[in-house]
Design a protein around this ligand. Structure first.
Ligand code: GLU
Length: 296
């Protein structure tokens, strides 16, 4: 790319970032690895508390806020002291679903506790791919979101892992959060995980990988930068699921930012203030957008 075009893009990025403060409906997704202590794989209460504070503050600025939180399976494993590796492959799915059932309840209890510290009501919404694929349940889902948001509640969303079968499992919350963003017409999706954003290659294995802070348009070439590893082992998403989520979000008319929650959750505040953090994927609404084209 020539120098002039590079400078134009840098300028475009910086001025577009300033517009993020005007976004009205924001979906924040946090990955399992960002909710656990790296050394013990136990819940990081400091991080969850800080997340609740940042999101409650966004609410107080008059924004609609939806949280998509992973961590159910991890919280369940922690609660039951389960090491999945000792189970045979055939029984692992059942154990995982049982862990998710225990962990989801625990996670919501913790969120409710921290949100109430900030005088903020929260709710649980569990869904699968089927929920958006079926017209009637999708309408129900949208109505529930709209009602909760008009009541100033923060919905806390996760996949219904304990009942989802492979066929209808989204499998990762990157895509799930993009699906949620599209059905509720969110204008900003923030994906928080343990990576800084998009690189031309995996920076953990290639020291020459270049960081990309601004994506004005999703292209096939860009999709090749996706790698399916998180480096943490706690979650299921990698860069490829984030890029796929980016396709859904941007085509539905929603901006998306990938940022590193390990830098602390003030990062949400900084992104909203227009700072050049993480990778920004600019909304690029497709007039023929249909969610079903992206999820099956
Ligand atoms: N739904 C899964 C959980 O709560 C997480 C999926 C993901 O890691 O993206 O454990």
């Amino acid at each position: 790319m020539d120098e002039i075009r590079k400078q134009e893009l840098e300028q475009e990025n910086l001025s577009y970032r300033k517009e993020l403060q005007n976004r009205k409906r924001i979906v924040v997704k946090i990955g399992s690895s960002s909710l656990l202590h790296k050394t013990t794989q136990r819940l990081n209460y400091y991080q969850i508390d800080h997340l609740a504070r940042e999101l409650s503050d966004l609410k107080n600025q008059g924004k609609d806020v939806v949280l998509v939180s992973s961590g159910a399976a991890a919280a369940g494993r922690e609660a039951l002291g389960i090491d999945l590796d000792i189970y045979r492959q055939e029984t692992r799915m059942n154990i995982k679903q049982a862990c998710a059932a225990v962990g989801q309840a625990r996670l919501i209890e913790i969120y409710q506790k921290f949100f109430s510290e900030y005088n903020q009501a929260s709710a649980q919404v569990l869904m699968t791919k089927l929920t958006v694929a079926d017209g009637e349940s999708c309408r129900n889902l949208i109505n529930t979101f709209e009602e909760l948001l008009s009541l100033n509640v923060i919905p806390v969303v996760n996949e219904n892992d304990s009942v989802a079968t492979d066929e209808f499992l989204v499998g990762d919350n990157d895509n799930l959060s993009a699906m949620v963003s599209s059905v509720i017409h969110a204008d900003l999706l923030i994906l928080l995980s343990d990576v800084d954003g998009l690189y031309t290659d995996d920076p953990r294995s290639n020291r020459n990988a270049r960081f990309i802070d601004y994506v004005p348009k999703m292209t096939d070439h860009l999709m090749e930068f996706g790698k399916s590893s998180t480096g943490s082992g706690a979650g299921t998403g990698g860069m490829s699921t984030k890029l796929h989520a980016g396709r859904i979000a941007t085509a539905s008319g929603c901006d998306m930012v990938i940022a590193n929650a390990d830098l602390g959750l003030k990062i949400i505040h900084d992104i909203m203030a227009g700072e050049n953090i993480g990778t920004l994927f600019r909304a690029d609404r497709d007039p023929d957008f249909h969610l079903s084209d992206y999820i099956f």
